[in-house]
Structure formats: C-alpha cells, structure tokens
Design a protein around this ligand. Structure first.
Ligand code: HEC
Length: 117
C-alpha cells in the first residue's frame, strides 16, 4: 500500500512536470516547425506534400549570401509569385507579424540549415 501511494505520487508529479518539461526553451527549430515545414520539409530538404513546393533550404546559396539582418527582412517581406526574382512562380509568404525574438531564433536556424548538407 505504501508503494502504491509513492507510485501514485510519482505519476502525479510527472503529470504536473511533463507539460513544462516538454515545452522547454523556445528554439529556432520550434519556430521553423510551426511555420515552414509544410513547404520546405521537416529537414529543410524540400516539401512534405506535393501541394506546397518550396526549395530546399539545406545548402541554400541564397540564404548563405544573406546576413542575419537581410534574411530577417526577406522572411518578413516574402517573395510574391509575380516578383521578377521568383523562380518557381509560387509565393513565399511574408512573415511580417513574427515576433523579433522568434525571428532571431529562426534566422540562426535557417542559416544552420543552409550551412549543412
Ligand atoms: C506556403 C509555402 C511556404 C511557406 C509556409 C514558407 N515558404 Fe519559403 N518559399 C516558398 C516558395 C514557393 C519559395 C520559392 C519562391 C521562388 O520560387 O522564388 C520559398 C522561398 C524561400 C526562401 C528563398 C530560397 C531561395 O533559394 O531563393 C527562403 C530562405 C525561405 N523560403 C524560407 C522560409 C522560411 C524560413 C519559412 C518559415 C518561416 C518559409 N520559407 C515558409 C514557400 C513557402
């Protein structure tokens, strides 16, 4: 009986702690998963479904050529389908409302993707 009480207390403690633990500190990967995976893939290598087509960000030369400030500006502006610079004639949406804190994490993460292969 004593064991069972300890066990129950353990479960209870876990139930209370788990959501906090799972949330953890917010990372660039989280911001990416929330906003970009549908079109650029979980791993940054391309889209998850054929409905959304974005280029691979892994090894991406455009990203490599942008400093943090330029990349943040690009992500806030997006690239409309009718922009002369648009390659696929598909819209890259503008993330103009993203918080500065999230944008900072995201830019670091996307640069890391671009530098990986
Ligand atoms: C609805 C689909 C969609 C979403 C969501 C999306 N993108 Fe894109 N993205 C695109 C498309 C399509 C292009 C290519 C535009 C073109 O052809 O020039 C693109 C282009 C880009 C480029 C430029 C790549 C290059 O080679 O010129 C970067 C960087 C980028 N996206 C990053 C992101 C990030 C980071 C997110 C999440 C915050 C994101 N995208 C969300 C569709 C999307």
């Amino acid at each position: 009986m004593k064991h069972r009480t300890a066990f129950c207390a353990g479960i209870l403690a876990l139930a209370i702690a788990a959501p906090t633990l799972a949330a953890g500190p917010r990372t660039g990967a989280t911001v990416y998963y929330e906003n970009c995976t549908n079109c650029h893939g979980d791993d940054g290598k391309g889209p998850r479904t054929i409905d959304f087509e974005g280029p691979a960000l892994v090894g991406n030369e455009f990203v490599k050529g942008q400093d943090d400030k330029e990349l943040a500006e690009f992500l806030r502006t997006g690239r409309p389908a009718d922009d002369p610079a648009n390659m696929l004639r598909l819209e890259m949406p503008a993330f103009k409302l993203m918080s500065d804190a999230d944008m900072k994490l995201l830019v670091q993460y996307v640069h890391k993707l671009a530098e990986s292969n």
